[in-house]
Design a protein around this ligand. Structure first.
Ligand code: ADP
Length: 161
């Protein structure tokens, strides 16, 4: 069975991530969204919150599962019998870092193949950091994240003011 993992920090999951997932779910038999706990990023949302938001966003996809992991993506793939890794590509600026990550993962786990899905044009400039920046200044994140996440962002920044 073709099991693909889609790793990232998803802080929070955006409509750009969901679009990649939606397309991946039609290509691969099983997709596991892996929320990584050990990125150098300082996350706004706790692991629990991030998992909850993804759960809500992908509940209609029967072949999409969610997991969390503290460790190397290459090791997670090995442990779960996944040999495909999905990453989304936006502008050229993503390419450099993504190529480095893909080659490193390949070195750590030679059977792991990274597959890039191009962003849909409407999400070209959408990222979790952009969404957080807009929300932190009271801007509207409509169309960028699911409605429930818009609300969570609003509450988060209200509390922190
Ligand atoms: P990381 O913390 O590893 O960069 P992210 O949670 O930011 O992970 O993103 C996970 C994956 O989703 C990455 O491959 C990223 O390039 C991709 N991605 C993020 N936003 C978009 C988007 N708007 N369109 C397509 N892919 C995206």
């Amino acid at each position: 069975m073709a099991i693909a993992i889609y790793p990232g920090s998803f802080d929070p999951i955006t409509n750009g991530h969901i679009d990649v997932l939606d397309r991946a779910s039609k290509i691969f038999e099983r997709v596991i969204v892996v929320v990584l706990a050990n990125t150098s990023k300082n996350c706004l949302f706790s692991m629990e919150d991030r998992l909850e938001m993804i759960e809500e966003a992908v509940k209609s996809y029967p072949n999409v599962a969610i997991d969390s992991y503290r460790g190397l993506t290459a090791h997670y793939a090995e442990q779960h019998g996944a040999n495909l890794l999905i990453r989304g590509l936006r502008a050229v600026s993503d390419f450099d870092a993504e190529l480095r990550i893909a080659l490193t993962n390949k070195k750590l786990n030679p059977s792991l193949e990274t597959i890039f899905l191009m962003t849909s044009p409407e999400y070209l400039f959408l990222s979790s950091s952009t969404v957080k920046e807009i929300a932190s200044m009271g801007g509207c994140t409509g169309g960028m994240v699911p409605v429930a996440i818009e609300e969570r962002l609003r509450i988060k920044y209200q509390r922190e003011e």
